[in-house]
Design a protein around this ligand. Structure first.
Ligand code: THU
Length: 159
């Protein structure tokens, strides 16, 4: 028997430490929470992506009375980005959320497993690392590649 450990790397920023381009992306993710359709959870999530050519797009969670038919903000945005601009890699994805009191969360939210799997596919299809910013009002967490959020993953190499 061998015990094997994997290590992941992430960086923690205070909002004032972000460069102008990242601050703009985070603000776009925050603004996108206002287009969320979340009558069931009252949890409004916004996502924004910067594509390799600099284009900025955003999206939000869209719920449904048949609960599993809804979609998270991250997948809404990534599917939109790849539908609209299939030729461009996604350089950075930023995620922000507001709770049922309408206030932005102070600490970053962490994406669900299904969204992580979709992020991995986006990274692989474009052969470029996808950078992720998880955004609270008091802290920003940065991952430079999806593997750090989804180690030991299933991908096309198994098929
Ligand atoms: N949600 C997202 O959009 N992204 C996440 O990272 C976590 C959860 C949505 C799904 C659902 O509409 C609501 O938040 C509550 O789970």
């Amino acid at each position: 028997m061998k015990e094997i450990s994997l290590s992941i790397t992430y960086r923690l920023y205070s909002p004032s430490e972000l460069c102008a381009a990242d601050a703009e992306l985070v603000e776009a993710a925050r603004q996108a929470t206002y287009s969320s359709y979340a009558p069931y959870s009252h949890f409004s999530v916004g996502a924004a992506v910067r594509l390799a050519d600099g284009t900025l797009l955003s999206g939000s969670n869209q719920e449904n009375a048949a609960y599993p038919s809804g979609l998270c903000a991250e997948r809404t945005t990534l599917f939109y980005a790849n539908s609209r601009y299939p030729e461009w890699a996604v350089h950075t994805l930023a995620i922000a959320a507001r709770g049922s009191d309408g206030a932005f969360l102070t600490q970053p939210i962490s994406p669900c497993g299904a969204c992580r799997q979709v992020m991995l596919e986006v990274q692989h299809r474009h052969h470029q690392p996808l950078r992720i910013l998880l955004c609270g009002t008091e802290a920003i967490v940065e991952f430079n590649r999806v593997e750090d959020l989804l180690p030991f993953s299933f991908d096309e190499s198994f098929l």
